[in-house]
Structures are given as structure tokens and as C-alpha cells.
Ligand binder design. Structure first.
Ligand code: FPP
Length: 246
């Protein structure tokens, strides 16, 4: 067990988002197929969800499948969808036990019907849970999300429901998949890559970025705690000067 007293409960990131990267390389290092990496990635998802709930994080958003991931070999896409369905089935109890509400963002209409059905069921069954909100980004792309928001706003202008001068940060926010969530405070990416990969571009405007050189299946409670401690050591100025903050 880790010493959680190092974490300041008064300065927790409200919203943590994670780019879970490196499943394929983790498997390759062990001479196994990529699928093996994803299966072990699921175990890291489970641990991270439980640890975040225990650490009182209010929102956890996981990049599980991007719009670009559809271009992967069909067998890998099928495996990821199969893992999604089996995890949703298996983890409903854990979500209930930890009072977690499941949410999903992305072009969910593109999901295979079995995955879409399972997802809808778990979202509905956990809808009244009041603890952490766990959001899975599935068939998600930030540019798609922004394009869709702009289209919807344009339609409202055309139908005289709003005027162009009404469009501001808040109105754009209201048209994103994440309209009912706060901005990301801490964005973690595993595997040593330093990229955002079309994830929550609007929502990470002032997020603290944390890149860690371990593959996703190896991401543990220790790494999560280290990321939170690193976040707590930073001064978030939101464009102001240090003096203005104190
Ligand atoms: C990135 O590793 C990981 C993914 C594209 C998928 C993440 C999915 C899971 C962890 C499992 C399913 C998720 C849920 C929520 C049940 P990569 O394949 O890009 O690794 P590489 O960069 O080493 O090739």
C-alpha cells in the first residue's frame, strides 16, 4: 500500500483524462500478439478506475478508441470491441460497488450494435450513482466533436434560435460531448509518447500535462499517485502572474 498522506486532499484534480498508450509495444516486448497487450490493458483500466474512485477523483475520462483506430487491422478492432463488451458485463458490479456512473463520448453510432447495446445498458443502470463519473471516449475524435458543435451552432443561427454574437466559450462548451463535465485538470499519457492525438483539444486548454515512460498495462497505483503529486506541485496560473495568485 502506498502512503496516500502525500496527496493533498484540498488540491485534487477534479477531472483526470488518460491516453492509455503502449499496449501493442508491451505485448511485443514479451513476444506476444497485440491482443495480449489489450487484454492486459483492461486490467490496468480496472485498477485505475478503482484507484481514482478511492482517491476521490470526481471525473475520469479514458481514451479507449479513437476515430482513427477504425483504420487498424479488422482483427484488432474486433478484439477491442469484444474486450469492451466483456469488460462492461464484468465490471457493472464494480461500478455499482464504487458508486461510479458510466458515461461515453464520441460517435457512438459507429459502434457495433452489441457494444452500443451493452454500453447503453450499463450507462442506464449506473445513471443514478453519485460518485465518480467514468467517461469512455469511444470512436472519439476531438476535431469531429468540434465540427459537430460548429454545425449545430450554424443550424441554430440559420433557424434564428441564436445570433452569431451569442457564440462564446460557454455556448461552444454546451455543444460538445463533454457539456456536463468540467475542463480537464490533469492529462496523463503513458508509453513515453509526447502527443495529444486528437483527444479533448478544447477541454485541455489549461490542463497540466503528464507524460510517463511506462506502457499502459504497467500503469499502477504508484504511477497514478506520482502523477497527482506532480500536478499538486505545479502552479496553475490560467494566464495570470504568480504574484496575482498569492
Ligand atoms: C493504445 O495502445 C491503446 C488502445 C488503442 C486501446 C486502449 C484500450 C484498452 C486499454 C482496452 C479496452 C478498453 C476498455 C475501456 C475496456 P496501442 O495499441 O496504440 O499500443 P502501441 O502504441 O504500443 O501500438
Amino acid at each position: 500500500m502506498l502512503d496516500l498522506t502525500q496527496i493533498n486532499q484540498n488540491n485534487l484534480p477534479k477531472h483526470i483524462a488518460v491516453i492509455m498508450d503502449g499496449n501493442g509495444r508491451w505485448a511485443k516486448e514479451r513476444g506476444k500478439l497485440r491482443v495480449f497487450g489489450h487484454e492486459n490493458g483492461v486490467k490496468a483500466v480496472r485498477k485505475t478506475v478503482e484507484n481514482c474512485a478511492r482517491l476521490n477523483i470526481k471525473y475520469l475520462t479514458l481514451y479507449a478508441f479513437s476515430t482513427e483506430n477504425w483504420k487498424r487491422p479488422q482483427i484488432e478492432v474486433q478484439t477491442l470491441m469484444r474486450l469492451l463488451v466483456s469488460s462492461l458485463r464484468k465490471e457493472l458490479k464494480t461500478l455499482e460497488k464504487n458508486n461510479i456512473r458510466l458515461n461515453a463520448i464520441g460517435n457512438l453510432d459507429a459502434l457495433p450494435s452489441k457494444a452500443a447495446k451493452e454500453l447503453k445498458e450499463v450507462i442506464e443502470k449506473t445513471a443514478t450513482n453519485k460518485g465518480m463519473v467514468l467517461t469512455l471516449a469511444l470512436s472519439y475524435g476531438s476535431r469531429n466533436e468540434l465540427v459537430s458543435a460548429v454545425k449545430n451552432l450554424a443550424i441554430k443561427v440559420k433557424n434564428n434560435l441564436i445570433s452569431p454574437t451569442d457564440i462564446d466559450d460557454n455556448l461552444i462548451n454546451e455543444h460538445l460531448y463533454t457539456h456536463d463535465m468540467p475542463d480537464v485538470d490533469l492529462l496523463i499519457r503513458t508509453s513515453g509518447e509526447h502527443r495529444i492525438s486528437n483527444f479533448l483539444l478544447w477541454q485541455i486548454a489549461y490542463a497540466e500535462l503528464y507524460f510517463i515512460d511506462v506502457f499502459w498495462p504497467d500503469f499502477s497505483e504508484k504511477h497514478l499517485v506520482e502523477a497527482i503529486i506532480s500536478y499538486q506541485k505545479r502552479e496553475r496560473r490560467f494566464g495570470k502572474t504568480s504574484e496575482q495568485l498569492s
